[in-house]
Ligand binder design. Structure first.
Ligand SMILES: [Zn+2]
Length: 367
């Protein structure tokens, strides 16, 4: 079995670099093993590194890899921060909680979703109630079951998608699809039918390493929406929270605010219709912490291209083999979409991410 496409970058390499960087600043390390393996038989886990006193009143919390393949950016940014902390002391009574690759299966297998084909960023809903309905997705679902990657069935599916876009508008169709759906495990933007491993593990990590704080600023790290090389700083929630006003004063016009709802829209490239976002889960889980939950979303290529690649990868999941030539080609394209190799893109997003975190650390001294 050839695993060439999975060699570089790889989950194991990111993890090794993260743990080395964490050890070099004498971080406390806690491992949360994942039950499955990566494409090279490697063990998978989410790793937490805590720099500074674990009992600090103020915490900077950084989560990477909610959307698996997007985790290469998040992991690299976390490693860069750890390297930076070797020479820069943290402010008083402040610690940094780095949560490395919360969807390790998706990162290792170069998928945006997790081992259940679930979009983890749609999974933080209350499963004791009926999940949100997305009836408009029902007519679109069959497009994503297409058995051909590029044969007649794919052309029919392309035509069907184009027809819906002509009737409803491209933005509306994207909003319907990206809102998430909870009925079709073989569909796209599937939010799951129960709490995923990531959901349970993130909650466990928040309980163990954030719940004792007085105040915290949290960042969930993503790529793939917005303008190329432009990291959008976002506040996303179902309800207005006062911490977002504080975030607005802190970041001024850099901050994009999205209140999600079934009929909400946004020109940011991020779905305002979606349910089950990580940010909302953190707010709900940590009511005693004065928490400012933010998202960094780094723009790459355009959304239509991304959607085509997601369809290809979904086909691979349903009908293909990630290790054959076609599978490797799809994986390479997907990785490039979510983590462009362009050194200038990487330099831009690294710089902006560092600026955003520096401002957060400075703000924590006053909170
Ligand atoms: Zn994402």
């Amino acid at each position: 079995m050839s695993a060439t496409i999975f060699d570089t970058p790889s989950f194991a390499n990111q993890r090794e670099r993260f743990l080395e960087a964490a050890a070099s600043v004498k971080a406390t390390h806690v491992v949360y093993p994942h039950p499955l393996q990566g494409p090279r038989g490697e063990a998978l886990s989410t790793d937490v590194a805590i720099v500074g006193s674990a009992g600090a009143q103020k915490r900077l919390v950084l989560l990477s890899g909610t959307h698996g393949v997007e985790g290469y950016y998040g992991s690299d940014s976390q490693i860069a921060l750890l390297d930076n902390l070797r020479d820069h002391a943290l402010p008083e009574d402040t610690c940094v909680v780095l949560v490395h690759l919360v969807n390790p299966w998706g990162t290792a297998w170069l998928r945006r979703v997790n081992e259940d084909n679930a979009d983890v960023n749609r999974n933080y809903i209350d499963f004791t109630h009926a999940p949100p309905a997305n009836s408009a997705y029902e007519t679109l679902h069959e497009i994503y079951l297409c058995r051909d990657l590029d044969g007649p069935a794919r052309r029919r599916a392309d035509e069907q998608l184009a027809m819906h876009m002509r009737h409803l508008g491209e933005a509306r169709v994207r909003n319907i699809i990206e809102a998430g759906q909870y009925r079709h495990p073989d569909g796209v933007f599937f939010g799951g039918t129960q709490q995923t491993w990531t959901n349970r593990t993130v909650r466990q990590i928040m309980q163990a390493h954030v719940s004792g704080a007085r105040t915290a600023i949290a960042f969930d790290l993503h790529t793939g929406a917005g303008a190329y090389g432009h990291p959008m700083l976002m506040a996303i929630a179902e309800r207005k929270v006062s911490a977002h006003d504080a975030a607005q004063s802190l970041y001024g016009p850099w901050l994009y605010r999205i209140l999600t709802a079934a009929d909400a829209s946004s020109d940011s490239g991020v779905a305002a219709t979606a349910t089950g976002y990580t940010s909302q889960a953190l707010i709900d889980q940590l009511p005693e912490v004065d928490l400012m939950p933010l998202v960094i979303e780094c723009g790459t290529y355009d959304g239509a291209r991304g959607h085509t690649l997601l369809r290809d990868d979904h086909w691979l999941h349903l009908h293909g083999d990630p290790f054959d030539a076609t599978g490797r080609r799809i994986k390479a394209a997907l990785l490039e979409h979510y983590y462009p190799a362009d050194a200038d893109w990487r330099a831009l997003i690294a710089l902006r991410t560092r600026q955003i975190w520096q401002r957060a650390l400075d703000a924590l001294t006053k909170r």
